[in-house]
Design a protein around this ligand. Sequence first.
Ligand code: ADP
Length: 229
Amino acid sequence: MIEFKDVSTIYDNDESIEILNGVNLHIKDGEFVSIIGPAGAGKSTLLRLLTREISPHRGEVILDGVNLAEVPSKAIPLLRRKIGTVYQDFKLLSAKTAFENVAFAMEVCGADRGEIESDVPKILGIVGLGDKLKSFPHQLSGGEKQRLAIARALIHRPRIILADEPTGNLDLVNSYDVVKLLMKINELGTTVILATHNREVVNAIGKRVISIEKGKIVRDQVENGKYVI
Ligand code: ADP
């Protein structure tokens, strides 16, 4: 469903430095894939190609058989609704409650009041925040903030969740809560791609691990422990 074919990227038209360099990758529907590598390895860059925040300098990124370079600009919002994103710094609206943070994501996509009133409490219940609807982000723990961000990412029922260092600001206990939630979402059928530098997080998941260093995939270990690269 997701395919990277010999993908290289540069920034600022500087062809002398390739951030990703000849990445080949295939991710099937419903997989849970962890991408691990040190800071600066190119993990975020890889995720940003999928939302077409950036485009490859060489090669192709293909989603559901469509080369993302060929998606017209006006269809990009639709593409992004297929993909929920979660970040290290949560990106919550501080003046809005948990309910309103999720509701806002629905409002901007034209949802009506009835849908919002019915869907938001349901999704907040799924992430374990059913009793925090009226709490503002500053009244939530780090783990709760991230679970709220995940609820917001789920509201359009995306087929893919991209989580970029989602446990980066969390302690161990909260990190495991977030990982468990991502695994539950995956078990319900959503493809999850998690980028992290944290080996403990990846080991706790026990699924496919792609190691990336200096813009190259150096190892791709599938679930049963068989190395494919
Ligand atoms: P990671 O997520 O693994 O930490 P990134 O994909 O964020 O790595 O970054 C990979 C490399 O690309 C780093 O060297 C970083 O400095 C560089 N980079 C990232 N974003 C930009 C940008 N907007 N302009 C120039 N260089 C960038």
